[in-house]
Each structure stands twice: as structure tokens, then as C-alpha cells.
Design a binder for this molecule. Structure first.
Ligand code: SF4
Length: 448
């Protein structure tokens, strides 16, 4: 028998409450870590104020290390950690009401429901950064998401606006998997193998493409090296752009998005070697590099890596009419076994457009899946993964932090501001502008 939590629509959208029920034994479901029911501030500082242990806290990326240079969150005052959910809700509501137009709160699809409830805009990272541009009068943009998203919002906002990340420890383990030093080292090796001279058609030997889920430093790197940024919605159109200008592509940090996109474009797997930054030539021979069309960085999302072909088989056995839709950050066999694959926006739109009574098994982060199940009770919607396992890094944002940053603003203090230096921001904006100039393909997802 499949886990009843996942194969029936959840009663409410809150993953937190689901986890509390599991933790108390009131629900038969399972979670990937008992620590999920603790406050995330318990991971900000270790015992006696010692630095927090490496790792992003409980959840799907809990075993991914936090880079040494990543920002750490200090202790949250007890008036926030000890407040009840209802008290925090009221404090946030009151602070927002008093701040009015001075603040805009952005909530990523993968945020907990108790945070999304206060968001002025809800969406994926790029939709949110663009939404913030519609509020130039707001002096503060509170980005309830992860670090690279706040950086992108800073790149796209005005110099007068402050972008605030409520918990500095909310990074992204996938973005961490490609750092500037490793990418520059890779680039030097590629220049040695391929040279720097364009071919007869004027195409550069390699074009670097970075997924939106990367640091501003990497967006700056691609901007300086003739490259471009992509999202999960426009990756195929961006690869078309890159192949008009280059003989091959270096794609980072997510190997799965790169592989799934390139495969759907007809590029053979043998032309997509993996680049392991810990090995000379990324672990490849010169001949393999010579035959490559897309060099895939050895990065992945720990949330989307959890989905398996077996989970899809179980869903189909239980619901013969099920439509399986997964995110392209899932491994290739999972995308191949699904009925369709696309960005979070694609998934949301597929559900919106479906006739009442449809059944969806979804391969993406549990907070979004559970919210969709609650929003569309006319459908049966469940997560492919029977274990409740939110993104650890997104889960670092709790209403306590949101209340803290908003009440600090009221007190005249900007805490947790994220800024990108001009040196990085200028080329990073070039890479983003190139992306914006790319016309999207007719469909942003793949349908089987
Ligand atoms: S879901 Fe994956 S890519 Fe998104 S923030 Fe979490 S770890 Fe990063």
C-alpha cells in the first residue's frame, strides 16, 4: 500500500503542520528527518554560540555542506523563536500594514505556506525578481527564497532599494556546487584544449551558460565570457542562442537540466560529458572533450534527485489515468518516464488547465505540491516521493525571520541586506539581458 499522505490530497497546504502530525504520531506518513519539526534557528548557532555545524539543516539538502565562505545567520532574538505561529502571523501582518508601500515581500513557490501567506508575489525566482521591478517605490524587497535569488533581485532592482534575505543561511546547495574558482579553472583548461580562435563561421570554441540557480559571481563570469543565463523555462531557447555563437556549451551548475534539455534537442548522450571539477580535464580525455557538444557541470539539486522511476511506476499502478509531471532538474530516467517535464510555472499551468477530476503525480518540491493539492481540490494531486522532505535551504526561512526583518525595518534598521558589487553586477546584468533578448520556444516544457 502506498503512503496515504502522498496518494490522497492533503487536508491542508502546510508542510509544517503535516510534519508536526508525523512527529507526534498522529499521521502515518514519514519524513526524511526528525529535525524538521525543530525551529531552523537551532541550526544557526551551535552549542554555546559555536558556529553552526556544516550542512543546511534537516530536509532534502541536509547532507550538502555549506561552503566555508557562505554567510552565516546569527541567533534570532527569543521574542521570535518563542512566539507562537499565531503571534508571528499577527506581528508580520501588523508590520507589513504599517510599512505599506515601503516594502514588498516575495515568496518562492517552495517556501512554507506560513511564509507564502504574507507574500505580495509568489512565483519562481525570475518571476519574483521581475515582479519586484513593478514596485520601484518599495525601499525594501524582502526575498523569501534563497541567496542567489536575493542576489538576482539586487541585480534587477534600483540602487535605492535594499534586498533582504530573512535568513542568511538560506543558500542553495546546487548553486554551491559551482564556485567561481572551479569554473575559472575549468575555463582555463578548456582554452588549452580548444584554443580561443573562432571557427570559419565565427563561432567561439565554447559558450558558458549558467542556470539562474547560481551565484551572481558566475552570472558575471558568463557575462564576461560571451555567455548567458538560462532558467528552467527557457533553457532550450538559450541553448539555441549559444549554438548560434559557439561550437559547444559549458553548462553549469545543474547537470540534469543541461542533459534533459540537450537530449530533447537531439544531442546524443555521448556528446555530453560530465565535468568533475576535482579531476584534470574534468575526468575526460581530450578526444571526449573534442567530440563534446555540451559539457555538463557535476552539480544537482538534492530535492529533485530524490525522484525515481520506481515512484512513477507505483503512481501509474495505483492511478492508471495519472499524469506524471516532473521538473527538469530531475535525473534523465525520471524525466523520460514522466508524461511531461517543465519548470514550476509549467507545472502550475498544467494543473490550472486540466479538466476537473484529473490526477497528477508531481516531481517537485513538496511545499508547492501540497499547496497545489489544497488549491485544486477538484483534482487528485500528490507528490511522487512518499517521504515528506522539503528543500532544507528554503526551509531556513521561517515566519520568525520574516517578522524579525520586517520589525527591524519598522525600527529603521535594514538587517540581512544582500548586495552585489558593481564589478560583478555589470557583467552579470549583461548575461541576464542576453537571456531576456532570447525569444522563448513555443512550449516551455516537454510533452510525451
Ligand atoms: S530546490 Fe534545489 S535548486 Fe531549489 S533552492 Fe533547493 S537545493 Fe537549490
Amino acid at each position: 500500500m502506498t503512503n496515504p499522505i502522498t496518494l490522497s490530497p492533503p487536508v491542508d497546504a502546510s508542510v509544517d503542520r503535516t510534519l508536526q502530525l508525523i512527529g507526534s504520531g498522529a499521521s502515518a506518513g514519514s519524513s526524511c528527518s526528525p529535525g524538521l519539526t525543530s525551529g531552523p534557528w537551532e541550526y544557526d548557532v551551535g552549542p554555546a554560540g559555536a558556529p553552526a555545524a556544516p550542512g543546511y539543516g534537516p530536509g532534502a539538502s541536509q547532507d550538502d555542506p555549506i561552503p566555508g565562505a557562505a554567510p552565516r545567520q546569527g541567533a534570532l532574538p527569543a521574542s521570535y523563536t518563542e512566539a507562537t505561529e499565531a503571534e508571528l502571523h499577527e506581528r508580520i501582518r501588523a508590520a507589513k500594514a504599517e510599512l505599506g508601500e515601503r516594502v514588498v515581500v516575495l515568496g518562492h513557490f517552495y517556501q512554507r505556506d506560513e511564509v507564502v501567506a504574507h507574500a505580495d508575489f509568489v512565483g519562481d525566482s525570475f518571476q519574483l525578481a521581475k515582479a519586484a521591478r513593478t514596485r520601484p517605490e518599495a525601499e525594501a524587497i524582502v526575498f523569501c527564497g534563497v541567496h542567489f535569488m536575493a542576489e538576482t533581485a539586487d541585480l534587477l532592482s534600483t540602487a535605492e532599494q535594499s534586498v533582504i534575505l530573512p535568513n542568511l543561511a538560506a543558500g542553495c546547495s546546487m548553486a554551491d556546487m559551482a564556485d567561481l574558482d572551479s569554473v575559472m579553472d575549468c575555463w582555463e583548461q578548456l582554452e588549452e584544449v580548444y584554443g580561443t580562435t573562432p571557427d570559419e563561421a565565427g563561432r567561439a570554441p565554447v559558450i558558458p551558460v549558467t542556470y539562474m540557480n547560481s551565484s551572481a559571481a558566475l552570472k558575471g563570469f558568463v557575462g564576461q565570457h560571451g555567455g548567458i543565463v538560462c532558467t528552467s523555462s527557457n533553457a532550450a531557447a538559450v541553448l539555441d542562442w549559444a549554438f548560434e555563437r559557439g561550437q559547444r556549451v559549458l553548462f553549469f551548475p545543474d547537470q540534469h537540466l543541461g542533459r534533459n534539455t540537450a537530449k530533447a534537442m537531439g544531442i546524443g548522450l555521448e556528446q555530453m560529458p560530465l565535468w568533475n571539477p576535482r579531476k584534470p580535464l574534468g575526468g575526460n580525455t581530450e578526444q571526449e572533450l573534442d567530440e563534446a557538444k555540451v559539457l555538463l557541470w557535476h552539480g544537482f539539486c538534492s530535492v529533485h534527485k530524490r525522484f525515481t522511476v520506481d515512484q512513477i511506476a507505483k503512481a501509474r499502478a495505483e492511478y492508471p489515468d495519472v499524469h506524471v509531471v516532473v521538473h527538469p532538474e530531475c535525473p534523465m530516467p525520471v524525466v523520460d518516464a514522466a508524461d511531461s517535464a517543465g519548470s514550476t510555472d509549467f507545472i502550475v499551468k498544467a494543473i490550472e488547465a486540466a479538466p476537473a477530476g484529473s490526477t497528477f503525480a508531481i516531481g517537485t518540491e513538496i511545499n508547492l505540491v501540497q499547496r497545489l493539492a489544497a488549491q485544486y481540490p477538484q483534482h487528485t494531486i500528490f507528490c511522487l516521493d512518499p517521504v515528506i522532505c522539503p528543500c532544507s535551504t528554503m526551509y531556513r526561512i521561517h515566519p520568525g525571520y520574516l517578522a524579525w526583518v520586517l520589525e527591524s525595518l519598522l525600527a529603521g534598521e535594514v538587517v540581512n541586506r544582500i548586495t552585489v558589487s558593481d564589478e560583478v553586477a555589470d557583467p552579470a546584468r549583461v548575461a541576464l539581458e542576453r537571456m531576456l533578448s532570447v525569444a522563448p520556444r513555443a512550449t516551455a516544457g516537454t510533452q510525451r
